[in-house]
Design a protein around this ligand. Structure first.
Ligand code: HEM
Ligand code: HEM
Length: 182
């Protein structure tokens, strides 16, 4: 099962999501505090936006297996796999799938939607001069701040799953984070 690896393009895009997603998240507070913080955060955020938009494009027009239409848990059959996985976890069993299936598909979709939201609302903020001085600027800053609580939740679920699988002898991290020649 561990032989599967995501295509190189997806692994590189994911590396961008990790680097710019985490650094944009960690500099969010700083953006509110001083001008330098705003600049650093904004440019990290804009870079993240390019990576998440590129993963979204692949989800729409890319290879069939990676398209949202092939894996989003929106059909009743796929959704029942999510419920099955949750039941398994309550019975202390580890759900195992090849890639986007069951609960992992739901968490992956949540991650893409959340970071897309942060990137797009952040990009709108970037184009509002003196965003703190206008009603619309304040509103966009407010809806941008959902990331403050939802990003830690996503990271906990996503990284937590990778760590638990790896500790239990299923090194799924290699599917995404290994760049060694095979
Ligand atoms: C695309 C460019 C982006 C711009 C221009 C931008 C701009 C801002 C600004 C101006 C604030 C302060 C909001 C306020 O004053 O209330 C902020 C906060 C924040 N941003 Fe961004 N942002 C961008 C992208 C991102 C991305 C991609 C993430 C997440 C990966 C992110 C995460 C955060 C967080 C967590 C906060 C702090 C919220 C808080 O502590 O209240 N931002 N951002
Ligand atoms: C240190 C942080 C991270 C680690 C260790 C990590 C690790 C992984 C691993 C091992 C997989 C493959 C899981 C599997 O096939 O079952 C994966 C998939 C995925 N990760 Fe992450 N990840 C991290 C951060 C992020 C961030 C910030 C995002 C932002 C959206 C993200 C989005 C995704 C998505 C969407 C997938 C599914 C693959 C795809 O279709 O693109 N990850 N991650």
């Amino acid at each position: 099962m561990q032989s599967y690896r995501y295509p190189l393009f997806i692994r590189l895009t994911h590396l961008g999501l990790i680097i710019f997603g985490l650094s944009a998240f960690l500099t969010g507070e700083w953006a509110e505090e001083e001008a330098l913080g705003y600049l650093v955060h904004a440019y990290l955020g804009l870079a993240l936006t390019l990576f998440v938009l590129s993963r979204t494009m692949v989800g729409v027009v890319g290879p069939k297996a990676l398209r949202f239409s092939s894996w989003l848990p929106i059909t009743s059959q796929r959704f029942s796999l999510v419920i099955d996985d949750i039941k398994r976890i309550f019975h202390f069993e580890l759900p195992q799938h090849e890639k986007h299936e069951g609960l992992s598909a739901l968490v992956h979709a949540f991650g893409i939607a959340l970071f897309l939201w942060m990137g797009l609302t952040g990009t709108v903020l970037y184009f509002i001069d003196d965003y703190e001085m206008s009603k619309i600027g304040e509103f966009v800053a407010e809806i941008h701040e959902v990331g403050e609580s939802l990003i830690p939740l996503f990271l906990f679920l996503h990284i937590g799953a990778v760590v638990v699988h790896t500790l239990l002898g299923h090194p799924i991290w290699k599917r995404m984070l290994s760049f060694r020649k095979v």
